[in-house]
Ligand binder design. Sequence first.
Ligand SMILES: Nc1ncnc2c1ncn2[C@@H]1O[C@H](COP(=O)(O)OP(=O)(O)O)[C@@H](O)[C@H]1O
Ligand SMILES: [Mg+2]
Length: 396
Amino acid sequence: MHQYSCQAIYVDINGERQQVTIISNCGSLLIKTFPNDQQMVYLPAGSMDTILHFGKEIIENEEMYTLDLENPETQIKVSFLLSQKDYQELQNQLRGKQVFFRSQNPRILAQIAPGIQLIQTQNNVMIEKIAPFPKTMNDIASINRLGQLKQEADILSLLKEHEHQNIIKLEEIETDNEFVSITLENCQGGDLLKLLNKKTNKINESLIMINLLSGLKHLHELNIVHRDIKLQNILFLDNQNGNTLKIADFGLSCFKQQIPYYNPRCGTPGYTAPEVFAQQCIYDEKVDIYSAGIILYNMLTRKNPFGNSKNIQDIIKRNISGQYDESHLTNVKINNPLGYDLLIKMLQKDPRNRPSANECLQHPYLNLENRIIDDDENQNNKDSQKRNQVSKRVKI
Ligand SMILES: Nc1ncnc2c1ncn2[C@@H]1O[C@H](COP(=O)(O)OP(=O)(O)O)[C@@H](O)[C@H]1O
Ligand SMILES: [Mg+2]
């Protein structure tokens, strides 16, 4: 993001006005008095506690908007007057950054899950995830939920600077004294679990793996570990096309260096890499490869590798041992030896023997020829004969 600066008028508590310069760079705001050039307010990009409120009303004669900054901790509030042009540019510059502005209350179209709703914004239908600030310190569930949403906002706002087609796109982060909300692109294609449950659906497993691993490769290159890869967190912008796969739900994600300090024993039973359960609980991004391996198992067998027991302890016990059910793989081994080979490698119990996302992408099951052919497949429906031949070749 390039640097943007504009002139504004600072209004003090007595209503007196002073000219200042507002400089915005990478989501941070620096406000300098004019002409002394003395620093007045600095809002770092990572400051989750800062509320930035773009006033809506235009001050008629002056054609100015108000920009209010308030910090709930210090209770300091300062107001600025900005021209309409600068107000709009700053609003664009700060979209999805960790400085906040309120927009008008969006229209709620549907409730998707607790705290997740489909909303109509000015131009688009989007998804909003909300967490209220807990009323008491004993409300552990709300505290955890808020913590996860803040973490998700942190990671997604970094990913906004490093976009990838297989990572869910953040539109906005908003907060006031009552809640934190993030707005995301709407994935109408639903999640991978739903896709697998539609028995009629033919799934291109290798294309899904290419897109999932491309997203993971991107995350891992940025030192981000997702830590909760599972069918429900893999979404599709449109369900006809594996190339629209989006990795979502960054509530348990963190940077590799943060793992020991940020709730290390986390994940979803049945998808978690065995080293997460180990006593020392030392692990790295290879945990995501293991979980992606479970997804490959789910797709190739339509079964869960650690069984369907109602007793979660049974699943956890098998998950800890890393001993997946091999009986479901007999047919896969014969009909799809390349898929089987990649699966076995991704589910290695020792993370050192597990390939990286990049190494998985080099595997013959997901080779370049396959990718080019699948791209063709998505672009047009002609030449179907050739395509059938090719997809047979891929699924040896
Ligand atoms: N951007 C989105 N588009 C469409 N559906 C979504 C989106 N985000 C979440 N959902 C739906 O809500 C479910 C829960 O969302 P998720 O981000 O995984 O939150 P949680 O932390 O509650 O698991 C997802 O499995 C998906 O079905
Ligand atoms: Mg989820």
